[in-house]
Design a protein around this ligand. Structure first.
Ligand SMILES: CC(C)(COP(=O)(O)OP(=O)(O)OC[C@H]1O[C@@H](n2cnc3c(N)ncnc32)[C@H](O)[C@@H]1OP(=O)(O)O)[C@@H](O)C(=O)NCCC(=O)NCCS
Length: 153
């Protein structure tokens, strides 16, 4: 199990705002996708165009220490929308204190609220610690991710 938190305040989970851009830039970089803070507000705007997306942050003592993004989508093989965890990352200095699990719980609650009956995610092959993390939280290993670049983007 995770070590107990030592901070004075319990982290809160809330919707991300454009003012969170600098913190989100740091977190997204720690996930392996470097992005300038200036790029973040338009991404939030694009995601916010649909209620099928959520972007939630964990804030502890006024600092953003984690972010989770998820979406739901209708697919031909299910009678309920499928939820997909599209990002989960906790600031490296704040890991192992339950913040990731709070964000994951929030993703699952949001997905259920949106009518999803299951939630999936993909994770890079090299993140073996993270795979164990999901194993321990009831996620089954069920496929491989295939990616093909389309053009120069
Ligand atoms: C995976 C991640 C979100 C977990 O967040 P967290 O706040 O450290 O997680 P919690 O404190 O809730 O849980 C800690 C658990 O994760 C494990 N863990 C995995 N990677 C860890 C890390 N780098 N640091 C600390 N704990 C880690 C611990 O062993 C612990 O397991 P246990 O509770 O079964 O004993 C976080 O480690 C992270 O951001 N990792 C890098 C980015 C990443 O891999 N994101 C997921 C991409 S699919």
């Amino acid at each position: 199990m995770s070590a107990p938190r030592t901070g004075t305040n319990i982290p809160i989970i809330r919707a991300a705002t454009p003012e969170d851009a600098p913190s989100l830039s740091t977190l997204v970089a720690q996930l392996g996708y470097p992005a300038p803070a200036e790029a973040i507000p338009s991404r939030l705007t694009n995601m916010g165009r649909s209620e099928d997306n959520t972007v939630q942050v964990a804030e502890e003592d006024g600092q953003i220490v984690g972010v989770m993004t998820a979406r739901v989508m209708w697919v031909i093989h299910l009678d309920a929308p499928l939820a997909w965890l599209t990002a989960l990352v906790v600031l490296d200095s704040a890991r192992g204190r339950g913040i990731g699990s709070m964000l994951l719980d929030s993703a699952e609650e949001w997905a259920k609220h949106m009518g999803a009956q299951k939630i999936s995610l993909s994770s890079a092959m090299h993140r073996t610690d993270t795979h164990t993390y999901y194993d321990n939280r009831g996620y089954e290993r069920s496929g491989l991710r295939f990616t093909k670049k389309l053009g120069a983007g």
